[in-house]
Design a protein around this ligand. Structure first.
Ligand SMILES: Nc1ncnc2c1ncn2[C@@H]1O[C@H](COP(=O)(O)OP(=O)(O)OP(=O)(O)O)[C@@H](O)[C@H]1O
Length: 262
């Protein structure tokens, strides 16, 4: 995850764990669609210990932002750094450990859940023995030897969360992690994520279409709009954790975020 302005993992500690500085990103046009200048001179810093939620209309560039931080896309201009916390990360060498949860669990269906988590641990240079505690932390210890197809959608997403957190990530990237789940299952998983998030100090970016999810989980909510995308509003969520989904402060913040999105 290093090189040429992209995910220079060693360098971000001083000013933030995730730093996008003057980033431009365009996708080339096709015969049927013009070029898309998704980001232009875009800057954002996520401090160590901070979870930032990104909301905005469909197609604004939220996932592109996350992909840039994950190193799945490269900026055309500017720099993207995803670094370990001050004093060094938990990863081997100088790089930051990235835990990613996508909208779909993306488990390997032909391997038991435990092996799915073990593979992520091995890839991160961590002990495969940490797989079972990670599954236990999400309430799936009894399902460790089951195949993903034998689990419910919510359980599969729990396994994906376990895989992301098992490696003790310095940076957590969440791309609409619970949007494919029913409301109650989503709520349970948000509570679980809050618990996992509170256990260690990390940096995180959460892309979501749900203002409820954004204000409940994040320390800061940024609202993206326009093409190229700009941050048109920003809300701090100064509520200690654990938070209750019913906290009236969250309802008021939710109202403000929705007003920004309309
Ligand atoms: N690989 C790609 N090739 C071409 N265009 C792309 C590519 N990835 C994204 N885009 C375009 O860039 C724009 C931003 O896409 P992106 O997926 O980042 O938006 P988003 O805010 O995450 O949308 P949604 O909320 O619908 O998931 C869209 O217009 C999309 O069509």
């Amino acid at each position: 995850m290093s090189g040429d302005g992209v995910n220079d993992a060693a360098g971000a500690g001083a000013s933030g764990s995730v730093v996008l500085d003057g980033v431009a990103k365009a996708f080339p046009g096709t015969r049927s669609a013009p070029e898309q200048q998704v980001l232009e001179d875009f800057s954002l810093t996520v401090a160590h210990g901070e979870l930032v939620a990104v909301v905005g209309a469909s197609g604004t560039g939220k996932t592109t932002l996350l992909h840039l931080v994950a190193g799945l896309e490269r900026p055309d201009r500017g720099s993207v750094r995803a670094g370990p916390p001050p004093g060094g990360g938990s990863g081997t060498g100088s790089g930051a450990r990235l835990g990613v949860v996508f909208q779909q669990p993306r488990l390997l269906d032909w391997l038991p859940v435990r092996t799915n988590v073990e593979l992520a641990l091995k890839a991160a240079g961590a002990s495969p023995g940490d797989a079972l505690p990670a599954l236990d932390a999400v309430g799936l210890a009894d399902y460790a030897d089951q195949y993903p197809s034998m689990l419910s959608g919510g359980q599969r997403q729990r396994a994906a969360v376990a895989r992301a957190f098992a490696i003790d990530p310095d940076i957590v990237l969440l791309d609409e992690p619970f949007s494919a789940l029913d409301e109650l299952t989503g709520r349970r998983l948000r509570l679980l994520l809050q618990d996992l998030w509170s256990r260690a100090s990390r940096a995180g970016l959460l892309v979501t279409h749900s203002p409820t999810e954004a204000v409940f989980l994040a320390d800061r909510v940024i609202v993206l709009a326009g093409r190229p995308a700009r941050i048109v509003a920003e809300h701090r969520v100064d509520l200690p954790r654990p938070r209750s989904p019913e906290d009236p402060v969250l309802f008021e913040l939710h109202r403000r975020v929705v007003a920004d999105l309309l």
